[in-house]
Design a protein around this ligand. Structure first.
Ligand code: TXA
Ligand code: MG
Length: 329
């Protein structure tokens, strides 16, 4: 297919976004987690454009965005009570649910898998758009495959300008990391990707045994779990301990990614503090923008990242940091 060049526009015009989507084109949309690269989920020719625009391999399936659980019914063969309860509690919001797909969902969307990933996003612009359209939106994160997800319209523009006609600007994403992905296997509830809904919140809701599968590097159920995902281009290392500051003498062009403010910081290094007060939600919000800042900074060659406490959203943040670091292993 020959590539079309677009003069990419950024704006908050729902009608403009809807017109392009109805014409089978891709539009970047805001969600509360990260920006998505959306297209008509029921139209294979439109879905193909998503894969082409992102350079995404066809084996990596897409999340289908719907307005609510009632809309999800049209695309799921069954909605088991356990998963329905989670939808009731966390939709609209950063939770993606794997359900057996109906035939109306193109195989291209699920990469041939029997389940479709469904999510009702909470961002008001995404919701207005979904309410306006007669079809659901397939949307992966709006970044080139394998790179850090975009959390502002500008991030999308920097990487996809010319490739898409329109970016619907909904401001910076409130959550900042991708959705949590859940599904069931036999009697267990399985977490396939750690994300915006913390495991602890899910555990509070259900008594079913919970299996976290998101650390496996080669689980075909969710290729986004590939170890090398979410990676900046620069070398990123996990910082083993606050007692051992890397110094600019040992590492020229060092960037320090700190979870929270420290009393003493090593001299002559660039630092980004994810949350001054050590707030996990704020740290998640700022994570991807910080990685992009270091990635484009001439005075940074190596990023040292401090891990967060491994609870709540901290688990999802640490998961992204480990994956970014794994690229270098
Ligand atoms: O927060 C999010 O989930 C964002 C926003 C835009 O909604 N989307 C997102 O999409 O992160 P993406 O494509 O970057 O990541 C979706 C992940 C991928 O790892 C994919 O493999 C997995 O979901 N996935 C999608 N459909 C699946 C399916 N049918 N079965 C198993 N995994 C699936
Ligand atoms: Mg992605």
């Amino acid at each position: 297919m020959s590539e079309t060049f677009f003069h990419t526009q950024i704006g908050a015009d729902i009608e403009e976004a809807a017109r392009w989507l109805e014409a089978g084109q891709c539009v970047a949309i805001p969600t509360e987690t990260v920006y998505g690269l959306a297209a008509n989920a029921l139209e294979p020719a439109a879905v193909v454009r998503i894969f082409e625009t992102k350079n995404r391999p066809a084996f990596d399936p897409l999340i289908v965005h719907v307005l609510d659980a009632a809309a999800a019914e049209a695309y799921a063969e069954a909605f088991p009570p356990l998963l329905r309860r989670l939808a009731g509690r966390f939709w609209p919001g950063p939770l993606t649910i794997l359900l057996p797909k109906k035939a109306i969902v193109p195989d291209l969307v699920t990469s041939g898998l029997a389940r479709v990933a469904l999510r009702a996003p909470a961002h008001p612009l995404a919701r207005r758009l979904l309410a306006r359209l007669p079809f659901p939106l397939a949307a992966p994160s709006a970044n080139p495959f394998g790179y850090v997800s975009p959390t502002t319209a500008q991030h999308v523009y920097e990487q996809l300008q010319g490739k898409i006609p329109y970016i619907l600007d909904g401001g910076p994403c409130a959550v900042g990391i991708e959705s949590t992905i859940v599904g069931t296997e036999d009697d267990a509830l399985v977490i396939y990707r750690l994300g915006g809904v913390p495991i602890e919140a899910i555990e509070k809701e259900v008594s079913t045994p919970l299996v976290v599968r998101s650390h496996s590097a080669s689980n075909p159920a969710a290729p986004g779990m590939l170890t090398t995902h979410y990676a900046p281009r620069k070398r990123l290392l996990l910082w083993p301990s606050a007692d051992h500051w890397p110094t600019s003498a040992q590492e020229p062009k060092l960037g320090l990614l700190l979870f929270q403010r420290r009393q003493q910081l090593p001299p002559h290094t660039r630092c980004i503090v994810l949350s001054e007060t050590g707030d996990l939600a704020e740290a998640a919000q700022n994570l991807f923008a910080a990685l992009r800042t270091f990635d484009s900074a001439d005075d940074v060659e190596t990023i040292w990242a401090e891990q967060c406490p491994d609870t709540g959203l901290g688990r999802a943040i640490n998961d992204r940091l480990r994956r970014a670091a794994a690229r270098m292993a």
